[in-house]
Ligand binder design. Structure first.
Ligand SMILES: Cc1cc2nc3c(=O)[nH]c(=O)nc-3n(C[C@H](O)[C@H](O)[C@H](O)COP(=O)(O)OP(=O)(O)OC[C@H]3O[C@@H](n4cnc5c(N)ncnc54)[C@H](O)[C@@H]3O)c2cc1C
Length: 388
């Protein structure tokens, strides 16, 4: 008899694992440090794989009010190129999505304990000891590490390279800008990084920026200096933000994002960002998180050891990680940035190809609830199942 796994972290990866295990009749315990719905640094772009995975867990982004996205716009200085996405997508805040997934894990039968911050994880013979702030320690035979962007002491992700800084806020735009943004995701390129903007539920707009750490410091190391610099570089960006109102008291930020990291096989089941960190411009991090959570649970149910799961996952993700890494480096290089908009205008199929190739290759397709989206309708608006 094996004891049910303990999951640390209640983001998409931890929830996917909890739901999959609970559906198979187990009662995993999930520890999440926050006490309720929280905003997270993320562009809130839900790719088709994310949508299908979420729906297979009975979390329907459309029913949660997600904003449909069918087009992608690339902006450099005053140049703009636009093309249709090769798949339907959504904009949905992480506060809403993660809360729905956590509720689903609870409903499925997982023991969800919120407000529990794991401080330390140590191996003691065949068991793990989990130290929790202000609580008694727990022990577990199997641990699923799903703490996302935050490393646990003693189990930090091994990675070399220059980390990026991720920043995010929500806004309401002036009516003209809001109208322009509807149905599209906009990526503005600037020296050292890119800024993504799109609608989410309730008429709000998310602005999320990924910037190399050194460039961020050059911009003054603060949100205002950074957004003003992007606005000076791209008049379109400044015009979009003119008359906007921030909805968060303070922008959210995370430093040292290890783009390109992939976990090596070890004694822990590492899920989501603890398994692989795909560059944000692909908008596929949540799909990887949900896929890896489900995959880890299925591996454990099939009696596989952690290192086998990790090796299989790394192989599955390798092609998309390689291409995404290349696109990320190109996306922040001044030369490629300058060429990117004319290139996209002349070859609109290129960004569509890049978007397709940076998805999960041959993913274990979850069975969607209800009819699947119609790929011939990228905006998804005319399909009642994908409309709001
Ligand atoms: C700038 C930026 C933009 C991005 N934009 C997109 C996008 O548009 N679309 C997309 O698909 N992906 C995007 N991503 C990637 C995406 O955010 C991640 O891949 C995804 O959140 C990973 O999910 P996760 O469950 O592994 O981790 P997380 O979502 O980070 O969840 C981890 C959970 O663990 C909890 N936790 C952490 N430490 C502890 C602890 N010690 N004890 C208990 N609980 C703990 C946290 O509170 C959190 O709830 C972006 C990433 C960045 C940096």
């Amino acid at each position: 008899m094996r004891r049910d796994p303990l999951i640390i972290g209640g983001g998409p990866a931890g929830c996917a694992a909890a739901i999959t295990l609970a559906r198979a009749g187990h009662r995993p315990t999930l520890l999440e440090r926050t006490t309720g719905p929280t905003d997270k640094v993320c562009g809130d772009f839900l790719s088709l794989d994310t949508i299908l995975h979420a729906r297979s867990f009975r979390v329907d982004p459309a029913a949660l009010g997600a904003a449909p996205i069918g087009r992608v716009r690339l902006i450099h200085r005053d140049r703009v190129a636009e093309t249709e996405l090769p798949f339907p997508a959504f904009g949905l805040s992480r506060r809403t999505l993660d809360a729905a997934l956590l509720n689903r894990a609870r409903d499925a039968g997982a023991i969800v304990r919120t407000g529990q911050t794991v401080r330390r994880l140590t191996r003691d013979g065949d068991a793990w000891t989990i130290e929790i702030a202000g609580q008694d320690a727990m022990s577990a035979e199997t641990v699923f590490l799903a703490t996302g962007k935050h490393d646990l002491r003693g189990h930090a992700r091994v990675w070399t390279g220059q980390g990026a800084v991720g920043l995010k806020t929500y806004l309401t735009l002036a009516p003209e800008s809001a109208r322009k943004l509807e149905g599209a995701t906009e990526l503005t390129l600037f020296p050292g990084g890119y800024a993504g903007m799109q609608c989410v539920e309730n008429g709000r707009v998310v602005l999320c920026i990924a910037v190399q750490q050194t460039a961020f410091l050059r911009y003054g190391g603060a949100w205002t200096g950074l957004t003003e610099a992007i606005g000076r570089h791209s008049p379109r960006f400044a015009a979009m933000l003119s008359g906007s109102h921030p909805l968060l008291h303070r922008p959210l930020a995370v430093a040292g994002v290890p783009y390109g990291y992939q976990a090596r096989p070890g004694g822990l089941f590492r899920l989501g960002d603890q398994a692989a960190v795909i560059p944000s411009l692909t908008g596929d991090g949540m799909a990887i998180a949900l896929h890896s959570g489900q995959h880890a649970a299925e591996a454990w149910l099939a009696n596989q050891v952690a290192s086998t799961y990790q090796r299989t996952l790394a192989l599955t993700l390798a092609p998309q990680m390689r291409l995404a890494g290349w696109l990320h480096r190109a996306g922040i290089s001044a030369v490629v940035q300058a060429a990117s908009v004319p290139l996209m205008r002349f070859f609109p199929a290129l960004p569509r190809l890049a978007a397709t190739r940076t998805r999960l290759p041959n993913p274990i397709r979850p069975t969607p609830i209800g009819p699947p989206p119609d790929p011939s309708r990228p905006s998804g608006r005319s399909s009642p199942h994908w409309a709001r």
